[in-house]
Write a protein that binds this ligand. Structure first.
Ligand code: ASP
Length: 300
């Protein structure tokens, strides 16, 4: 697709989770990440910052019940959703995150409020109170629960292999050269109450650094946290090209025993992603081109 001059330096990558996904949902998942990518792109094209565009993409996927974020999040051991989200702006190295929140439909918006505050991470009840202070209304926790996740949860409780995927994330480079990353998740199905993975930890689930790049991760969070996977991918850009940088970080996660995926954009607008799971829904667009994928074959 032809780009107008000021779009030449823009780049967006969006993912909808790595794991094993029911093939009956592939079309819908790919269509949703493409829509989220395009929404972020049009915000950028009309002058929004990388941070605003990344939040836009993630908010849209939080609202889509197919994904493990916001409405449709995975259920924990007691059958309710506890949500984590994070945003990072590479310019000021500003970071905001929330963890284990039970009553917010769009935790990425709350993470953005945390970024604008003096804090970095707010959890649980305190994060909910902060949401009210910032004018973000409480939702009934039951509004976050979908029949699809209830079924996944029942299967996990019975010890059957459950589909594990659907965390969402976005990385963006804007026309002013600013880099940002955002992510949102309900964590792992049937997780212990209070368990928090990599998503809201700076450098683990989300990282952005001016002049280098922005990355966000999905997968078994404990391993991504210990590998500081997003930070590792961005820092690797000092010596590696973007494809090698994401693979380098995923190799480290795999060495520790974990699997998942990473998306990345660098300061020159080059995009990359990689996965060590069978599927990961991803959509990208930059001056180099655009596309979307879920398995190993290019989708569009
Ligand atoms: N990384 C998330 C977590 O461990 C889950 C995922 O990406 O699927 O909470």
């Amino acid at each position: 697709m032809a780009l107008v001059e000021h779009e030449r330096s823009l780049a967006v990558v969006v993912h909808g989770g790595a794991g094993r996904v029911d093939p009956a949902t592939w079309d819908d998942r790919v269509a949703a990440v493409v829509r989220a990518r395009d929404a972020a792109w049009s915000r950028l094209a009309s002058g929004a910052s990388a941070l605003e565009a990344a939040v836009e993409a993630v908010r849209r996927l939080e609202d889509d019940p197919l994904f493990n974020a916001g409405v449709g999040a995975a259920l924990n051991r007691e059958g309710f959703a506890e949500l984590d989200a994070a945003v990072m702006d590479g310019e000021e190295r500003a970071f905001g995150a929330v963890a284990a929140v039970r009553d917010v439909r769009n935790p990425v918006e709350l993470a953005l409020e945390v970024l604008r505050s003096e804090h970095v991470l707010l959890a649980g009840e305190g994060a909910s109170r902060f949401a009210r202070e910032r004018g973000i209304p409480a939702c009934d926790p039951r509004e976050l629960v979908t029949e699809r996740q209830r079924e996944r949860w029942r299967r996990a409780r019975r010890g059957e292999a459950a589909e594990r995927s659907g965390t969402v994330g976005a990385v963006v480079l804007d026309a002013a050269g600013r880099l940002a990353a955002a992510s949102s998740t309900g964590g792992m199905v049937d997780q212990r109450v209070g368990r928090v993975g990599d998503t809201p930890l700076p450098g683990a689930g989300v990282y952005a650094e001016a002049g280098l790049g922005a990355a966000t991760a999905t997968g078994h969070g404990e391993y991504f946290a210990r590998a500081l996977a997003s930070w590792r991918a961005v820092l690797a850009l000092r010596e590696r090209d973007p494809d090698e940088a994401v693979r380098h970080a995923l190799n480290e996660v795999e060495r520790l025993g974990g699997r998942g995926g990473l998306i990345l954009v660098d300061a020159r607008g080059r995009t990359a992603w990689a996965k060590t799971t069978p599927e990961m829904s991803v959509a990208w667009r930059s001056a180099e081109g655009e596309g979307a994928q879920i398995g190993d074959e290019a989708w569009v």
